[in-house]
Design a protein around this ligand. Sequence first.
Ligand code: GDP
Length: 316
Amino acid sequence: MEKNSKIYIAGHKGMVGSAIAAELTKQGYHNLVTRSSAELDLRRQEAVEAFFEQEKPEYVFLAAAKVGGIAANNTYRADFIYDNLAIESNIIHSSAVYGVKKLLFLGSSCIYPKLAPQPLKEEYLLTGELEPTNEPYAIAKIAGIKLCEAYRDQYGCNFISVMPTNLYGINDNYHPQHSHVLPALIRRFHEAREQGARQVTVWGSGTPKREFLFSADLGNACVFLMQHYNDKALLNIGTGHDVSIAELAQLVKDVTGFEGDIVYDATQPDGTPRKLMDVTRLHNLGWRHTVELKEGIALAYADFLKKLQSAISCQP
Ligand code: GDP
């Protein structure tokens, strides 16, 4: 990838796409192509083809996706499978037709079987049943991996697939019901402190374990892999460490300064018990994360407060 290569970032307004765009800009790549979802509906095949015909990007980061936490995945099951299948099919096919030199597809750790051994090695894909709460999303992401592999097999396309662990950080989604656990807890603990509440409710039992990667680290990893990784095999991106939801809640409590109690709502689903990535292959390529969880939560909380402040000052 040259500094003036034309690079399309699909999904540049989201947490992942914006982290990739920031990393590319930091490294001196200056020919970035973007479209908002209002300008280009990636679920429309003809619109996507017309965009590729017009722009002819050389490199593509496929970070556009319908995403959300356990409740959103479980509620909007049709949207999660349909939107993601359509987005991936349209972009991957157009990338092959219009001669994209390399494409990086972002999957998810939920592609692995619910009860796979831990840590999750890349070869565990398709060895068992998926976690039911996010099966539609996982099936769409598995299809994206298989699309990349098939276009490589049949047409020789250099399309790679990377599987990030749970992400959090800058430009995250803080929707109270539809977000992932970390932004949900940042918001809930912050609001509880502001309102002087005595307790905060955390979903599930607190015992599931999750691994968390800061968004800027993911952006750095994606650019590194676009530069250095050319194999068919999918690749995990993570830190190699996980914490229980109870430990996470305590960390968020400390960072936000909430002083009350934590209670658990057992009527909410736990989801998969654990999904720690095996990052041996990534480490062997020479990449490691730099932001540890407590530091990252403080950075994410600062971004949350900044956005809250600008939303308040924008009101008439
Ligand atoms: P998952 O990794 O696909 O299961 O997605 P989430 O990030 O949504 O949830 C991770 C875990 O955190 C699950 O065990 C949830 O039950 C738990 N959790 C606890 N409180 C919350 C919350 O307020 N929102 C979400 N999304 N998850 C929560």
